[in-house]
Design a protein around this ligand. Structure first.
Ligand SMILES: [Zn+2]
Length: 178
């Protein structure tokens, strides 16, 4: 009985510690490859965008910084794009790398813009995320390391994927790629 009590306290303490670390805002952004090359929406070859958190803070508004740089999440049904149906491309809010397209967007009912595929392989990078006691796959912009959301495997065919993305991480552009 005593062992059980001590164990319970230990587990509770560990739980508190892990909660604190995931809610502290000290989220480590993925490393950017300084030699990586990407293609802009206009077809130009563009390099990575590497900035300090201080620099990002001056360029992004408070909510954009919280989501893109600290892996925050906007409230469901509160963003600009969950119910947005125009044709075009969704680029990264921070660096303008094209990430998703309207023809892969679907209504998931979650209150966040949801896509079944990426614009181009390599533009979105995946990192495992164990915060909040859940095993999830976080998705980030490969050019600037900005947090976008998560990807789940309960999406529509043919990919079966559901990219659940924060509107605040995206910038919609009506121009479509050729
Ligand atoms: Zn970006």
């Amino acid at each position: 009985m005593r062992t059980y009590a001590i164990l319970s306290i230990l587990i509770a303490t560990l739980g508190l510690l892990s909660c604190n670390s995931s809610q502290s805002g000290q989220h480590t952004r993925p490393k950017i490859n300084p030699k990586a090359e990407f293609v802009s929406l206009e077809g130009r070859v563009i390099g990575p965008v590497i900035k300090t958190e201080e620099e990002w803070k001056t360029e992004l508004d408070a909510m954009e910084f919280h989501v893109l740089r600290q892996a925050g999440t906007e409230r469901a049904f509160s963003g600009k794009y969950w119910d947005h149906h125009e044709e075009g491309t969704y680029s990264c809010r921070a660096c303008e790398l094209p990430l998703f397209e309207s023809d892969k967007k679907f209504d998931s009912g979650t209150g966040w813009p949801s896509f079944s595929d990426e614009y181009m392989r390599g533009n979105v990078v995946q990192v495992s995320d164990n915060s909040y006691g859940m095993m999830r796959i976080e998705v980030n912009c490969a050019r600037c390391g900005g947090h976008l959301g998560h990807v789940f495997n309960d999406g529509p065919e043919p990919t079966g994927l559901r990219y659940c993305i924060n509107s605040v991480s995206l910038k919609f552009l009506e121009a479509k790629r050729n």
